[in-house]
Write a protein that binds this ligand. Structure first.
Ligand SMILES: Cc1cc2nc3c(=O)[nH]c(=O)nc-3n(C[C@H](O)[C@H](O)[C@H](O)COP(=O)(O)OP(=O)(O)OC[C@H]3O[C@@H](n4cnc5c(N)ncnc54)[C@H](O)[C@@H]3O)c2cc1C
Length: 402
């Protein structure tokens, strides 16, 4: 294959993290960047996402990743000629108990301190913002007017166009098989189903399959996959964008946003063990619809025009993974960087991709100090020494069932 020539970098996985990372590496001036994708670009989680883009995170890392990513989406067309369809619709996070109110107010202070435009709305203000919501159903909520959503398939189209236009070599239908190590301990080549690609610089991504990618590379990665479901109702004027802002019922793990005149809503079942999504869980969908109808009465009885289940990536602490690959003794594998958005690839993906590119080139990134976010935070059982980010779907806390 043409891969017999040395590449300046090889990126494994053509989702939003790998796709944008390959483009950032090329944009940084690397002459030959190869993107290796087993199937088609975007065929993993990235084309199946709901597109929620939120900077209201539960840790300073999450807030910064979200803010950087939103700046990227906002200026994409002007800067690079393609966009991901970002709409800053505004995002409410309602609280349903006094402890949630206290936690949310503390988060607003932390987020505002980092420069995010966010405020606490009392119940009347929040109800006025979302006329479709049943009145006085919550105790108020935090609101960020700049949070919004992207169109996930359009984002795949955007990084595909950017990569092809700017000279990233895209190898679809090419399985990553492993790494060939150099005598010095670093990496000498990437082994693929179409032959080896000599290189001294590799970025490993893989979304829900990242742990398998890691196994092939000889590095243990605490990352898993779990079923996540999304549905879109038929159009209804009571759910028009001026009637419904985006929202996240954190305790129940349900979020929503407007879509094509109806409502898109997504959900994860906190009681479900990890594993790939093979089918729709209609029973759980019905349960969630009852909660949804309680909060947004207009959704009751509406037909669904689309429902899908797909495997979402997650990390045990709901934080990204950004750092060097480690071998079985815990030693750094020089030249190999691991990148995961931990199930937040729409809201953090471009920032995670940019940081991974920076780490691959320079070993650090001006976007964010990620020295605590590497693989060395996980123990042998894949448990993290960091407290989980409290603002996430109810992801499992283990990557494999105990
Ligand atoms: C239903 C659903 C809804 C979601 N909603 C949201 C949301 O609203 N907001 C949000 O922020 N996030 C959301 N997410 C999460 C988000 O989609 C992911 O975090 C993100 O897409 C991960 O991007 P990625 O590039 O890491 O992985 P992927 O997009 O999964 O890409 C990984 C790629 O690696 C390839 N690959 C795997 N193994 C190999 C191999 N051996 N060789 C070569 N290639 C390989 C795969 O084929 C795949 O294309 C959602 C996910 C799902 C499933």
């Amino acid at each position: 294959m043409r891969g017999a020539q040395t590449a300046d970098a090889v990126v494994v996985g053509g989702g939003t993290v790998g796709g944008w990372c390959a483009w950032f590496l090329r944009r940084a001036g690397l002459a030959r960047v190869v993107l290796v994708e087993r199937a088609l670009l975007g065929r993993g989680a990235s084309s199946r996402a709901a597109g929620m883009v939120r900077a209201q995170g539960g840790t300073p890392w999450a807030v910064r990743l979200g803010m950087w990513t939103q700046d990227f989406y906002r200026t994409q067309r002007e800067q690079i000629g393609v966009d991901s369809g970002f709409v800053a619709q505004g995002y409410l996070m309602p609280a349903f108990s006094e402890p949630q109110v206290e936690e949310a107010k503390a988060r607003v202070a932390m987020q505002a301190g980092l420069g995010l435009e966010v405020s606490w709305l009392n119940v009347e203000e929040a109800d006025a913002l979302i006329p479709a919501m049943a009145p006085r159903r919550h105790l108020g909520g935090s609101y960020a007017p700049g949070d919004g959503y992207i169109d996930p398939p359009r984002n795949v189209a955007a990084y595909t166009a950017a990569c092809l236009r700017d000279g990233v070599e895209v190898l679809e239908g090419t399985d990553f098989l492993g790494l060939r190590r150099a005598a010095t301990g670093g990496v000498a080549a990437v082994e693929t189903s179409k032959g080896p690609i000599p290189t001294g610089r590799v970025v490993l991504t893989g979304g829900p399959d990242l742990s398998d990618v890691g196994t092939r590379a000889g590095t243990r990665i605490a990352s898993g996959g779990a079923r996540h479901q999304v549905a879109v109702t038929e159009p209804d004027p009571r759910l028009a964008p001026d009637q419904v802002k985006m929202a996240f019922d954190l305790a129940e793990g349900i979020y929503w946003r407007p879509e094509d005149g109806g409502l898109l809503f997504g959900m994860s079942n906190p009681l479900e063990p990890p594993g790939p999504a093979k089918e729709i869980d209609w029973g759980y969908l019905d349960k969630i619809r009852r909660r949804l109808a309680d909060l947004l009465p207009a959704t009751e009885g509406l037909e669904l025009r689309r429902v899908w289940a797909a495997t979402i990536d997650f990390t045990p602490d709901h934080l990204p993974i950004l750092g060097p690959a480690l071998d079985e003794d815990g030693a750094v594998v020089a030249g190999v960087t691991v990148a995961s958005a931990g199930g937040h690839g729409m809201m953090w993906g471009p920032a995670v991709a940019r940081i991974a590119a920076d780490l691959a080139i320079a070993g650090s990134s001006a976007v964010l100090d990620v020295s605590d976010l590497g693989l060395d935070r996980f123990d042998q059982d894949g448990l993290s020494r960091l407290p989980p980010d409290p603002i996430a779907l109810p992801f499992p806390e283990r990557t494999i069932a105990p």
